[in-house]
Design a protein around this ligand. Structure first.
Ligand SMILES: Cc1cc2nc3c(=O)[nH]c(=O)nc-3n(C[C@H](O)[C@H](O)[C@H](O)COP(=O)(O)OP(=O)(O)OC[C@H]3O[C@@H](n4cnc5c(N)ncnc54)[C@H](O)[C@@H]3O)c2cc1C
Length: 804
């Protein structure tokens, strides 16, 4: 062990070893992994070793595919077998609804270039003869599944990394981490002190404790999990070679071949937590006694699906812990305010995800960028709220219990809610609001006329759609008031504010009193934000972004902030307000202000401070609905009063409260994109159409060269608006767009345009397709639907209403 390394990886499980290997692949060889005990001594040694490519997040699915494809390379480099069995795996459908869902999932998987296919119950049982097919509708088979030897795989990664120059130091616990004045880390270990430029927390069951060493409280918690391994089963012993793995979605169990018997794992409905703050430092390779009473309901279902298990002996039980996060995805990347500390923890599916995590962390350390859109596993997708003990227990238990439960696209899950509410929450509830949640905050979806209204969970359009249609009609014909708490606001002040912002965003700085849309890019020219910049005073700006991106954006802003001359403040929780839009919105506002808000005095994209009702407000002439509209932002303690004043002033003008679903319908009628759907790190200004807001003729800004290159060569894909010949369901994100067998694009969001009476979808399609505009096929909930690119947006294509 040396006393100095460029990178120290803490933890020798499958994740730490993969990170180490990927660092060496990126040419970083002055690196060491430090392990408390032996390699695999955390969750890794007792894992079932199963892996799969499928993930609800297509970006994570791609990284899982990368992980699976990399094992042979790591085996070859290290000379160590990972015990790979590429058996394929099937998901069983025991209900008609589930079967419908699996069929639609197959179409969705086709867009991800997999060779998955459907099986009849007979085909499923011919592959796995111990399945009882009664009640089965069929199964979805994916060849990209299998299992491996956890110890072999971990050793293979460590061996391959060693061959490329990395050091692996065992039996040496990291005791503390202290920041040195120059920014490096002082790493105190049992075997001596080290200075490291970067540290990576891959400490698995202990990751929360290691995070605490640098003042971070990661939202992850260990939970025990059971599987059993049987004695020999003749039907299994008779299978030559591998046997497909089975996930029984209604049965909460998974099954794989293990020797001449099987391994059956259980995701019980009544899970429990263990050592929420992290395992004790001296926790050894210990299993917990099996808790049969707790898992018996699901185990019984498993025994019914695989009846031979009732007769065969159980060779051993494994009840061990691994970590969960509120959404089940890992925590990866740098942490705002703690430079050179990297998270690679909270990993529930280590053997599916280790290489994707290793690749992202290594790229990030080497290039300052993960190289892919990894928001779904970015540590910055959660705020501090997620580490609260009660919240964490509720959400992780919900995730664990629903691991195999089908999630409907319109389903709202209850755990940890309500957590954050605005001052209008009770009043909204009294007005019939149904809520969704964004970054822990309750956000109205729509306002139902009946307080006991219950939305049906469905793959298609729900019974709430008529209510959404009424809200859309109100905004198009009178006025709709929408609570604008989905936005985060940052105040940027000081003598250096303009220069800094001008470099940070690709758009042009507005003059005082104006708002400009401002795409923000990374050096590779990919989108980092669809911000707006409002200039309130010469050296005072408001930057507006998405509410749930606060930690992510603040990390980026601070990475680029100069040492002096600019003050950056997150004022999101201090300011709230409403967007009022629709033809009557000006009359409503006029009743509450002394200022002249006529078009001549207060035109489109202007911003002004004025009294609205009893509050001093910042009012912007901007809207997401495509109507004449105003965003009124007030101090949070005036937010509720503003609601009363708006409702009173709006009563005679037909003002109606509207929610998120109506906004989706309204914005699609205008072809407007939003972050996380049309705008994300995968996309560029040229693809998304945001290039029209890029000021190529201004000075340098982040991503300028890449954006300029794209401008010269042209974008490969383009954002278009589709008119879909849908029936009772609208297209959704990641639905594939086909011409015959050629995948030509992918949907980013879909909704029914209630005013224009069309099923609409925003989508990225290949450039030649966008030019030629042929008939397309979109698979909506698995059904082929014809679609056309709309030659112009269907509502107010010239934008006259906005500017009126
Ligand atoms: C019963 C069971 C079945 C499972 N089945 C599967 C499966 O089929 N497929 C799948 O993908 N996943 C499965 N898992 C989950 C899988 O085990 C984890 O996703 C994976 O092991 C996580 O690896 P890790 O490297 O993040 O953490 P760990 O394996 O916990 O490794 C962390 C390492 O860090 C070390 N460490 C901690 N603190 C320090 C310190 N201060 N100094 C030095 N070293 C330190 C520890 O000793 C440990 O070796 C299963 C888990 C269980 C319990």
């Amino acid at each position: 062990m040396k006393d100095q390394y460029q990178v120290v990886v803490i933890g020798g499980g499958i994740v730490g070893c993969s990170v180490l290997y990927h660092l060496t692949l990126r040419g970083l060889t002055d690196v060491a992994l430090i392990e408390r005990e032996e390699l695999t001594a955390g969750s890794t040694w007792h894992a079932a070793g199963g892996f799969h490519a499928m993930n609800a997040d297509t970006r994570i699915a791609a990284l899982q595919k990368y992980t699976i494809g990399l094992y042979p390379q790591v085996e070859a480099e290290s000379g160590q077998s990972a015990g790979l069995h590429m058996s394929g795996g099937m998901e069983l459908a025991g209900t008609a609804e589930r079967w419908h869902w699996l069929k639609s999932e197959l179409q969705w998987l086709r867009t991800q270039d997999t060779d998955a296919y459907l099986l009849t119950p007979e085909e499923a049982t011919s592959m796995v003869p111990i399945i009882d097919p009664s009640g089965l509708y069929g199964a979805l088979f994916d060849p990209l599944e299998g299992n491996l030897d956890p110890n072999g795989a971990t050793q293979a990664y460590a061996g391959a990394a060693r061959k490329r120059g990395a050091e692996v130091i065992l039996h040496n616990r990291v005791l503390s981490l202290t920041r040195l004045p120059g920014g490096a880390w002082h790493v105190e270990t049992e075997k001596g002190d080290i200075t490291a430029e970067h540290v990576v927390n891959a400490a698995g069951l202990w990751a929360r404790r290691v995070g605490n060493m640098v003042g971070v409280d990661h939202p992850l918690v260990p939970m025990p999990h059971h599987y059993l391994v049987t004695a020999e089963i003749p039907e299994i012993a008779a299978i030559e070679g591998d046997m497909a793995a089975v996930t029984d979605l209604e049965g909460f169990t998974y099954l794989q071949k293990e020797g001449n018997g099987v391994l059956l794992g259980v995701y019980e409905q009544n899970p429990r937590h263990w050592m929420v703050e992290g395992a004790d430092w001296d926790f050894g390779r210990t299993l917990f006694p099996e808790e049969l009473d707790r898992i018996m309901p699901e185990l019984s279902i498993g025994f019914r699906r695989f009846p031979v298990l009732e007769e065969v002996g159980i060779r051993n039980w494994v009840n061990g812990a691994f970590t969960f996060t509120p959404d089940g995805n890992p925590l990866v990347g740098p942490v705002d305010g703690i430079p050179n500390y990297w998270a690679a923890c909270g990993v529930m599916a280590g053997f599916s995800q280790c290489a994707g995590i290793g690749l992202a962390v290594a790229n990030w350390i080497a290039d300052g960028d993960p190289g892919y859109d990894v928001f779904g596993m970015d540590v910055a997708r959660f705020g501090p709220y997620a580490s609260n003990d009660r919240y964490l227990r509720a959400t992780t238990a919900q995730f664990y219990a629903r691991r195999f439960v089908m999630a409907y696209p319109n389903e709202e899950l209850p755990a940890g809610r309500p957590l954050k509410t605005t001052p209008c929450y009770d009043e909204f509830r009294a007005a019939g609001a149904q809520f969704t949640v964004s970054w822990g905050l309750e956000v109205p979806l729509y306002f139902a006329p009946a307080l006991d209204f219950e939305e049906n969970d469905t793959l298609g359009r729900s019974n709430a759609e008529p209510i959404v249609a009424e809200e859309v009609a109100a905004a198009r014909t009178a006025a709709g008031a929408y609570e604008i708490v989905q936005y985060a606001r940052y105040e940027v002040r000081g003598p250096g504010a303009e220069t800094w912002l001008d470099h940070l965003v690709a758009g042009r700085m507005p003059p005082v009193g104006a708002i400009r849309l401002a795409p923000m890019l990374n050096p590779a020219g990919r989108l980092m934000g669809d911000l707006s910049v409002a200039r309130l005073e010469d050296d005072r700006f408001w930057l507006t972004g998405s509410y749930y991106l606060q930690a992510w954006h603040l990390r980026w802003f601070r990475e680029h902030l100069p040492a002096s001359g600019v003050e950056l403040a997150n004022i999101t929780e201090e300011r709230m307000g409403f967007s009022v839009s629709g033809p009557a919105s000006r009359w409503i506002l006029a009743e509450l202000v002394h200022d002249d808000v006529s078009n001549d005095a207060f035109g489109f994209l202007r911003v002004r401070q004025m009294d609205v009702g009893t509050a001093r407000a910042v009012v912007g002439r901007i809207s997401l609905t495509g109507e004449l509209g105003f965003e009124i932002v007030v101090p949070t303690n005036r937010h509720r009063t503003l609601l009363h004043e708006l409702r009173e002033a709006g009563a005679e003008h037909g003002l109606r409260l509207i929610g998120d679903r109506a906004i989706d319908s309204l914005r699609l009628e205008k072809g407007y994109g939003i972050w996380s759907a049309e705008f994300r790190q995968d996309y560029t200004p040229g693809m998304s159409g945001l290039d029209r807001f890029v000021a190529f003729d201004k000075g340098d800004f982040i991503g300028r060269d890449a954006a300029q290159r794209e401008r010269e060569t042209g974008a490969r894909r383009r954002l278009v608006l589709l008119d879909v010949d849908a029936a009772d369901a609208d297209a959704a994100a990641d639905d594939g767009i086909w011409i015959g067998d050629r995948l030509v694009g992918v949907v980013t969001s879909g909704a029914y345009g209630h005013h224009v009476d069309k099923s609409l979808a925003l989508a990225y399609v290949d450039h030649d397709v966008a030019e030629a505009n042929p008939e397309l096929t979109v698979f909506v909930v698995g059904e082929p639907r014809t679609a056309r690119i709309l030659p112009q947006i269907p509502y107010d294509p010239r934008g006259a209403k906005l500017r009126d």
